[in-house]
Structures are given as C-alpha cells and as structure tokens.
Ligand binder design. Structure first.
Ligand SMILES: [Zn+2]
Ligand SMILES: [Zn+2]
Length: 152
C-alpha cells in the first residue's frame, strides 16, 4: 500500500475506523503538479464510516508548503489545513484518497503567496529586494513626460 492508501477491511465489523498518519512529502508532492513544494510531511486524519453497502470518509490534511513570493520572489513558506472527504464503493478493502487529496490541496492553494504580509517587493527601477533595505533609487513617481515616441 502507498502512503495514501488505507486498509479499511475492518469496517465490516467495526462500522467506523479512524486513522492518523504522517504522509511523506515525496508521496504527496506529485498531487501538487508543480504548484507548490511541500516543506515537510503531511498530517492526515481520516474517519471512515460505513453507510449502506459502502462507506464515506472525511478528515483533514495539514502541512507546510513553499512558493515564490509574488512580490519579491524569495521563498514564501506557509502552513495550510484543508478538509478532505469522499465516498467508498461497496466491497472495497483499500481506500485510496489520492484523488480527494489532490482536490483538497488544489483548493487550498493561496492565490498570491507572499513571504510576509508587508513584503516590500522588488524595486521597479533597479530590481533590488527592498526588504533588505533602501536601494537608494528616487521615489516612484510618474514616468517623466516627453519620453514617448515623437509623432510627426
Ligand atoms: Zn516577498
Ligand atoms: Zn532601486
């Protein structure tokens, strides 16, 4: 079994199973398709409940991931916590949550990851990282008039 598969053969007798597992980043990284880099193991908690002839499951996935900051391009390391849920067809002894996990992670992706709330970004003139200090460029202002193309 992989890190994202759970043995649910005990469900017939017990009616409900609970799992808590650390999933190694290497096992979950492919689910992100390059959108982020996991910085450590994922904490996965699942509860599987028999319903009718099948079962349903719900739980959470938590971890940390890294992006390039949209302002300064330095690593932005963030924590996340997402809900994961789905159903299990009748007669299954192994629950594979990789598809549900992929959906949960892609919904949890931040739209604009920043390394910190007040990231100052890069100087539009010289490209320096303004979090590291003042680059000495004159303050931003309108582009001086008269630099455009001359129209005869
Ligand atoms: Zn930044
Ligand atoms: Zn500058």
């Amino acid at each position: 079994m992989t890190d994202l598969e759970f043995d649910i053969s005990g469900l017939r007798e017990q009616g409900m199973l609970e799992f808590a597992r650390q999933v190694e980043p290497a096992a979950a990284q492919p689910l992100l398709a390059g959108a982020a880099v996991l910085t450590g193991p994922l904490e996965v908690q699942l509860r599987v409940v028999r319903s009718g002839s099948g079962a349903s499951f719900s739980g959470t996935v938590e971890g940390g991931w890294e992006f390039a900051c949209v302002r300064c391009l330095e690593p932005a390391r963030l924590r996340f916590r997402a809900g994961v849920e789905g159903s299990v067809a009748a007669g299954q002894n192994v629950l594979d949550v990789s598809e549900e996990m992929r959906q949960a992670l892609s919904l949890a992706l931040p739209e604009r990851a920043r390394c910190r709330e007040d990231c100052k970004g890069l100087c539009p003139r010289c490209g320096a990282d303004r979090n590291a200090g003042d680059c000495g460029c004159p303050p931003e202002g309108p582009v001086p008039y008269g630099r455009g193309e001359v129209v005869a």
